[in-house]
Structures are given as structure tokens and as C-alpha cells.
Design a protein around this ligand. Sequence first.
Ligand code: NAD
Ligand code: MG
Length: 289
Amino acid sequence: MSSQPDSPAFPAQQQEPPGHTGDMTPRPDHGETSYEGSGKLVGRHALVTGGDSGIGRATAIAFAREGADVAISYLPEEEADAQETAQWIEKAGRKAVLLPGDIRDEATAREVVDRAASELGGLDVLVNNAGFQMARRESVEDIATEDLDRVFKTNLYALFWITQQALKHLGEGGAIVNCSSIQAYDPSGTLLDYASTKAAINNFTVNLAAELGPRGIRVNAVAPGPIWTPLQPATQYEEKVQKFGQDTPLGRAGQPAELAPAFVFLASNVTASYVSGTVLGVTGGRAVF
Ligand code: NAD
Ligand code: MG
């Protein structure tokens, strides 16, 4: 994926949200042929929201190879992507639970969690990964209320509802991993609404870690830099897609497969038993402090 600074990183392409993996050129790498587990999540039951594609799919595959059964939530129109993720979970010898539904609706968000816990036989790990952005705009004045609503409902309201509901199931040794962004630290003008939700997620992570520490539940976040997922061609202008990731010190976008080890690290009590209330950057070199 490395390229010269003035040659395009990716072919021009656009999709409509939520975006589908099959329509992307090139196809993202979710670790299908590379991720090797070593028993870091044996016997755990995990829910990954937005686990159909992108970072969520790479996380779901890695969790399964580490020994976890995995439920994934996603939008109904993403069924094909979800089925593919489920096949990878099952190929790893683990149980996959598919939970379509729009988590902007409170009842649906809560039901997703309860169904994950009942179909998995418990819940130990929650990955709040589902998210939405819209970057096809020039200024704060162009942010349509419809977009604002979609961004805040998906990234924050659903996060609160799903976390509240998960606390009815998570016990001592449980872990929550939220998905933040480089946008929380170094925001782009076109993502003013999205960036503010990610800053809020950092605050939520630290605050919740303080509340849940006494219950033996750890809470952390991963802050990705620019990562090649369906969200990008579905929400950025074509010219931006072509240059995507070139402004990082490493000079390229990351692949979803490069995020999964960070989620595994934070979810696992083997590797992160004393890690809580932190945000781990996986940004290609951009600063997260
Ligand atoms: P993605 O499109 O593959 O995943 C996002 C998923 O969120 C979708 O697949 C969808 O299933 C889910 N989702 C969105 N709205 C939903 C709704 N209303 N109901 C149910 N599910 C819904 O893209 P991704 O880049 O892998 O995104 C995963 C997370 O990573 C998001 O939180 C995103 O903000 C974050 N992130 C991505 C990047 C990047 O460059 N790709 C950078 C920083 C942070
Ligand atoms: Mg998707």
C-alpha cells in the first residue's frame, strides 16, 4: 500500500453509506490470511458492534482466533458483509452470532446486547466499534441536522445505551473497548461533529474506567488513524479517497488488520489485566496526546 507522495494512494471511488466491502478497490486486509491467535481470549464471549466490516471485522476475526465466541451487530443492509465475517469466526472454530439492527433506536440497541448475551451464553467483552461520519462538506455551516443526528446517535447515544445494557451482563474480569479516533486529538474541519463525538468517547472511557474499576471491569479505547474501510469511500470526496492516509508520518493508510492486535491487547486479561482508562493510538505516527 506504500506509494509516492504525489501518486494516488487509492483509485478514485465513491459509495453511499454504510458502504460495502465488496465494492472497494483494493479490498481491505482484515487479517484473514495473517492473524495468528495465541489463546488470549479463550472461552470469552464478545460483542463487536459494527463487526461486519472494516476494523470491526478484523477485530472479530482476531478475537475468534484468540478463542472467543463473537456476536456482531450491523445495519440490515450489511448482511452480505456480516455473513462473510461470520464465516471467518466459524472457520476459527468459534460461535458467530449475527445481530442486524439500527442501534440509533434505543430499544434495538438494548436488544442487540441482550441477544448477544443470551445466544453466546454470557458476555465478557464489549467492543463499541460502530460509528458514522460524513465528510462531504466544506464548513461547519454545511452540517445538515440529519447528519448531525446520525453522527451523535450512532457514536454517542448508542454507545451509552449499549454500555448500560452490557453492564447487566458483564462481571468481574469484563472488558470494554471503545473506538475513538485521531480526530479526537487533531480534528479535520470537515469532521467537526464526528471529531467532537470521538473526544467525548475519550472522556467517557476515562470516566467509566473510574466508575467500573471497583467492579473489576476494565475500560479502554483504541484511537485509529486513517484506515482503509468502507466508511471512507462512503463518506469522503473521491479526491480525498485518492490521497487517504498520505499525510501520516508512515505515509500511507492503515489496514483493518493492523488495528486488531490493539483491540485484542486491551480486551485480554492475559495482556492488559492492569490497563484501564487509557487510549491506545494506532495512527501511522500521528500524536494522540
Ligand atoms: P465500517 O464502515 O467498516 O464500520 C462501521 C460500522 O458501524 C458499519 O459497518 C456498521 O455496521 C456500523 N454502524 C454504523 N451505523 C450504524 C447503525 N446506525 N446501526 C448499527 N450499526 C451501525 O468502518 P470502520 O472505519 O471500520 O469504522 C469502525 C470504527 O472505527 C468507527 O467507530 C469509526 O469511527 C472508527 N474509526 C475509523 C477510522 C478510519 O479511518 N476508517 C479512523 C478512526 C476511527
Ligand atoms: Mg459495514
